[in-house]
Design a protein around this ligand. Structure first.
Ligand code: ITT
Length: 177
């Protein structure tokens, strides 16, 4: 059983689609410190392990959208920007720049109370006007190979996405243990 610490159902859906092991969602709202994705995820994993019942390991996923023309913004602030500006404003921000390149990056931390393992995944794409009904978050405005992530089903997104890559590395590590 993987205890996946997140309030985001979309992340859980993707982890369940990818992993053979059952995934339990732990909706613990850990403190999101300011910093890089690694630091945020590590702090969150440690805090959740200490503050929640059970001594099973926890998995935390911190993700950001990094827009090249905006010098990597919103990055680690992606959640705040989705809630305040909204994703529809992102294409407006890049329209004048003539550079639509962007990347998603996920850092997953698996923590068992003693050691922490980190798994990372990246994907490059471009910012476009929103298309598609699937996915979550910024998926409608992120295009990869001609399709937005919101136009892909979960398995297709996992096959190429930042989270899919991180899940692949995590699954390989679990299998080797
Ligand atoms: P937890 O912290 O509870 O896991 P969250 O949604 O706040 O949930 P993040 O801070 O990692 O998680 O996410 C940052 C933002 O990026 C947030 O607005 C998400 O909706 C969005 N996001 C994360 N993964 C995404 C993905 O695969 N596709 C599109 N948007 C994503």
């Amino acid at each position: 059983m993987i205890r996946f610490v997140t309030g985001n159902e979309g992340k859980v859906r993707e982890a369940r689609e990818y992993l053979d092991e059952p995934v339990e969602q732990v909706p613990y709202d850990y403190t999101e410190i300011q910093g890089e994705l690694e630091e945020i995820a590590l702090y969150g994993a440690r805090e959740t392990f200490a503050e929640t019942d059970g001594d099973e390991p926890v998995l935390v996923d911190d993700t950001g959208l990094f827009v090249e023309a905006l010098d990597g913004f919103p990055g680690a602030y992606s959640s705040f920007v989705e809630d305040t500006l909204g994703i529809e404003r992102i294409p407006d921000l890049v329209a004048d720049e003539g550079n639509r390149r962007a990347a998603f990056r996920t850092v997953m931390v698996y923590y068992d109370g003693e050691t922490a393992e980190t798994f990372e995944g990246n994907v490059r794409g471009r910012i476009v006007e929103p298309r598609g009904e699937g996915g979550f978050g910024y998926d409608p405005v992120f295009e990869h190979d001609g399709e937005t992530f919101a136009e892909m089903d979960t398995a297709a997104k996992n096959a190429i996405s930042h989270r899919g890559r991180a899940l692949e590395r995590f699954a390989d590590w679990l299998a080797e243990r």
